[in-house]
Design a protein around this ligand. Structure first.
Ligand SMILES: NC(=O)c1ccc[n+]([C@@H]2O[C@H](COP(=O)([O-])OP(=O)(O)OC[C@H]3O[C@@H](n4cnc5c(N)ncnc54)[C@H](OP(=O)(O)O)[C@@H]3O)[C@@H](O)[C@H]2O)c1
Length: 264
């Protein structure tokens, strides 16, 4: 089955890398991008067929991924409509584009809304799914199966989609920002920058694995590290007093509000 990507940058590229790493044949992946340079890079790095001719991808693919920036979506949908090809599953990851909004341009097309994140290229992603009510069970299963081995998948109802998107779609950026601040804080105490960055990174990886393998709530694991009256507890006191919870609550709320504004 041929899978076509309209747009193959950070996110589309991550999905392609994920598919290739789990053994999807490179001959069955096509990509349409904006510039010849990107097409040449995708061909050289990933061995897939890539070019600037979206129409070829739209016609040849059995399933189409829409992975351009939200601002380009309207033009690409018009291009798909103008092609006059028979309807096929269209998997969109465009922020602010609901299934209904896409179906206004492509009425008979089975549209699936997803929100992946980039760690999926390494098999550690999160992909959210929202299906239109009429999507057949078989199509749902087949689309979700494509993401097997690329991380975890979650079916999310429409009213919660923006909130879930803020946590897992945008979330890697917040985690990177935390790791950066963590490393800089170590360097401020005299650690060489590179060493502090390596300590921060491995600590985050190890703590995430502890969370996963123990299944314990994060707050409980934090308590286990922070002996009452000890030095970790002194640090935790500062974290609480600085209201880290409020910073994150505001961060997620701003992300959700922006998504709702884009959707209007
Ligand atoms: N980045 C993330 O972490 C992330 C996470 C979740 C969801 N998303 C969603 O993923 C989508 C893509 O975002 P991105 O970050 O991957 O953007 P990006 O890195 O800027 O990639 C955009 C891609 O679209 C191509 N493109 C632009 N105009 C086109 C056109 N008219 N026809 C065909 N291809 C065209 C670009 O080609 P050139 O390279 O040639 O310009 C590039 O391959 C967005 O809807 C975003 O909301 C992204």
């Amino acid at each position: 089955m041929k899978i076509g990507f309209i747009g193959a940058g950070e996110m589309g590229g991550a999905i392609i890398r994920g598919l290739l790493s789990k053994g999807y044949p490179k001959e069955d992946i096509l990509a349409g991008v904006h510039t010849e340079q990107s097409a040449a890079r995708l061909q050289a790095e990933l061995g897939i067929t890539a070019g600037t001719d979206n129409v070829r991808v739209i016609r040849e693919a059995n399933w189409l991924f829409l992975a351009v920036k939200p601002a380009q979506v309207a033009a690409v949908l018009q291009q798909i409509a103008a092609c006059g090809t028979p309807a096929k599953p269209l998997i969109s990851m465009a922020l602010g584009w609901s299934v209904e909004k896409i179906q206004q341009v492509l009425p008979s097309w089975p549209v699936i809304r997803i929100m992946p994140n980039t760690p999926l290229a390494l098999g550690e992603g999160v992909t959210l799914f929202h299906f239109a009510q009429e999507t057949p069970k078989r199509t749902r299963r087949e689309v979700m199966a494509l993401f097997d081995g690329l991380g975890k998948t979650f079916e999310i109802s429409l009213p919660l989609f923006d909130a879930a998107t803020a946590v897992s779609g945008s979330g890697p950026a917040f985690v990177y920002a935390f790791v950066d601040a963590f490393a800089k804080a170590g360097a401020a105490q005299g650690l060489p920058e590179e060493q502090s960055a390596a300590l921060a990174l491995q600590t985050v990886i190890g703590a995430a694995k502890m969370l996963e393998s123990t299944g314990l709530p994060a707050a409980e694991l934090a308590q286990k590290v922070a002996t009452p009256g000890g030095c970790t507890a002194a640090g935790m006191d500062v974290m609480r007093a600085s209201d880290m919870q409020k910073i994150l609550t505001d961060t997620i709320a701003a992300t959700v509000n922006k998504a709702k504004a884009v959707a209007k």
